[in-house]
Write a protein that binds this ligand. Structure first.
Ligand SMILES: Nc1ncnc2c1ncn2[C@@H]1O[C@H](COP(=O)(O)OP(=O)(O)O)[C@@H](O)[C@H]1O
Ligand SMILES: [Mg+2]
Length: 256
């Protein structure tokens, strides 16, 4: 299961006349932090949307443990263990921190025979609460569990977004620019949490423009440009890759 854990195979996404993702292929190893980078508009978010089931690809396939998952609805993809983080804006600001985390536990709710016969009983709810609190504890949010999510600091709200995803017990986290708007202290803390997440057995696919974070965290990096695969390698290799430097310079940006 080390290789070909999550496989993106020749994905294409067209919006009218625009090809946002154009025959993209790469493989994410089990237990890796895998970066997906590229200049603005390269097609990173669109790729995430296809992997998570938010978009049905125009063509191509995504496989998890060899099993096709593209084209499945988002809750089915989540149930199979691939979950994208909720961005700040999709937290329920008026619900408590715990209630938000409980939403995460429902994303992966696996209907079983007992639930079908008895309905969701007290034991199930207790189980969900335990999972939610476990995720909150992991991200250092347990002390805030009864506070409205909207009153948390920005850094804590981003951590809660990850806790909501974690409460679903996914095998793969899709994180789209998790460090946006964070101060250096919050970024450092979040990087530590991501390493902890990987060490606990999770696989992380990370889209991020903070190159310091990408280079510091990623085991492997895939670079896209204009919807296409451009390069792949470890942080050192990517940092010094002439095509990657060219792609970023061409877009008037730079690889740090
Ligand atoms: N829903 C959409 N409809 C039309 N065009 C889109 C849509 N989503 C993204 N695009 C276009 O697809 C290209 C890739 O966008 P995106 O995946 O958001 O890039 P990135 O996340 O790498 O910045 C861009 O040109 C963008 O304008
Ligand atoms: Mg994007």
């Amino acid at each position: 299961m080390t290789s070909h854990f999550l496989e993106v195979d020749n994905l294409v996404m067209r919006f009218g006349g625009l090809t946002a993702v154009d025959g993209l292929s790469f493989v994410v190893d089990h237990g890796a932090i895998h970066g997906l980078i590229g200049p603005n508009g390269a097609g990173k978010t669109t790729t995430f949307n296809m992997i998570s089931g938010f978009y049905r690809p125009t063509s191509g396939q995504v496989r998890l443990r060899g099993e096709a998952i593209s084209g499945l609805p988002m809750h089915e993809v989540a149930r199979r263990g691939v979950v994208r983080t909720f961005q700040h804006s999709t937290l329920f600001a008026e619900l408590t921190v715990l209630e938000n985390a409980l939403v995460g536990t429902h994303m992966s709710f696996r209907p079983n025979i007992f639930a079908a016969i008895l309905g969701v009983d007290m034991e199930d709810r207790r189980g969900a609460k335990a999972r939610a609190e476990e995720a909150l504890e992991f991200f250092g949010l347990l002390d805030f569990e009864n506070e409205p999510a909207g009153e948390l600091s920005h850094g804590h709200q981003r951590a809660l977004g990850m806790a909501v995803a974690m409460a679903a017990h996914p095998d793969v986290f899709l994180l789209d620019e998790p460090f946006t708007g964070m101060n250096p202290e919050e970024t450092k803390h979040m990087m530590t949490l991501m390493e902890k997440l990987r060490d606990s057995g999770a696989t992380i696919l990370l889209v991020e423009h903070d190159m310091h974070a990408i280079m510091g965290l990623c085991d492997q990096i895939t670079v896209m440009s204009f919807g296409k695969f451009l390069a792949e390698g470890g942080p050192e290799e990517i940092r010094n890759h002439p095509d990657v430097i060219e792609a970023y310079l061409g877009g008037a940006r730079h690889v740090a």
